[in-house]
Design a protein around this ligand. Structure first.
Ligand SMILES: NC(=O)c1ccc[n+]([C@@H]2O[C@H](COP(=O)([O-])OP(=O)(O)OC[C@H]3O[C@@H](n4cnc5c(N)ncnc54)[C@H](O)[C@@H]3O)[C@@H](O)[C@H]2O)c1
Length: 285
């Protein structure tokens, strides 16, 4: 039993590590070359997990100026004292997904935590679709958004979850969005793709119930990843440092929730959606 009374601020990370207990875990975080995924990968590493970082390419890390490339992201994770590997590939390509999962398993061991963070409102030209409404989005953009959010998440689950089921051990955290739960305009197809991720999560959790594999989904509200900041007009008031929760989420606030769902702290939580939005959506489901 660890005595938490009288600890100093400097002990906080160590205590969090003890509480979260990710030592011995192997995590694959898709889309962790930058943005929220990168922050999640760092946080899981700080909590003791071996971490595989992933992106569609080496260069994706540099698109919004966060890091030189995926190799540099992996090196930063390794410097935190855990085993790591970097893999690249399109999550919408079944053969690429199989190769990435095989490489991670061979290098780090069986995957026990899968974080499907790759995705976003990114169209066929690797930029935000424009136009982006219900009736005017191009078919190419609609297909790209559906693929990289819903189909990619499904293909990753199909490649990793059977192994978890055989071992009766695993936690999957998928990425929804606040847009999955309420009508939006624009970003309509993105919202539909995330709604599909949310429902796929519930169905997979049902199929995995007897096998001890947990599957949950987080739905962040607007969060200050570099891509988020670079691709829209932001409201300075929403960057707030004060007590109000009427603001954008910070990447580490998303990472901490993912760590909770990854760890045994949430051992009886499965099939759930956890909205990380500072009470922006106060309704059922
Ligand atoms: N930032 C927000 O406001 C916000 C809000 C709600 C949900 N989300 C979700 O959180 C996740 C991370 O978003 P972010 O803001 O950090 O954006 P981001 O663009 O920085 O991160 C997304 C990552 O996914 C990768 N990716 C995209 N398509 C891919 C593909 N086909 N194959 C492999 N990798 C691919 C990108 O290269 C990138 O590294 C996304 O799923 C996004 O939809 C973000």
């Amino acid at each position: 039993m660890h005595n938490l009374v009288g600890t100093t601020k400097g002990d906080a990370t160590q205590l969090e590590a003890l509480a979260a207990g990710l030592d011995g875990s192997v995590a694959l975080v898709t889309g962790s070359g930058r943005g929220l995924g990168r922050c999640i990968a760092q946080h899981l590493a700080d909590l003791g997990a071996a971490v595989a970082v992933h992106d569609i390419s080496e260069e994706a890390s540099a698109q919004y100026g966060e890091e030189a490339n995926l190799t540099a992201v992996a090196a930063a994770i390794a410097s935190r004292g855990v085993a790591t590997v970097g893999v690249t590939g399109d999550i919408c390509d079944e053969a690429a997904v199989a190769a990435m999962v095989a490489r991670v398993s061979e290098t780090l061991g069986p995957i026990s935590i899968l974080v499907n963070c790759a995705g976003g409102d990114i169209g066929a030209a690797n930029t935000k679709p424009s136009p982006n409404g219900a009736l005017d989005i191009s078919l190419a953009d609609a297909m790209a958004v559906l693929q990289r959010n819903f189909i990619g998440t499904m293909l990753m689950c199909r490649a990793v979850v059977p192994g978890m089921a055989l071992r009766n051990k695993g936690s999957v955290i998928n990425f929804g969005s606040l847009n999955a739960h309420q009508a939006v305009s624009p970003e309509v197809v993105y919202g539909c793709a995330k709604a599909a991720v949310v429902h796929y999560t519930r169905c997979l959790a049902l199929e995995m119930r007897d096998l001890g594999v947990r599957v949950n989904v987080v739905s962040p509200g607007p969060a200050t990843s570099a891509r988020f900041l670079a691709t829209r007009q932001t409201d300075p008031r929403m960057m707030g440092e004060g007590p109000s929760l009427d603001r954008y989420a910070r990447p580490e606030e998303v990472a901490r929730v993912v760590a909770f769902l990854a760890s045994d702290q949430s051992s009886f939580v499965s099939g759930q959606v956890l909205r990380i939005d500072g009470a922006a959506s106060l309704y059922a489901a």
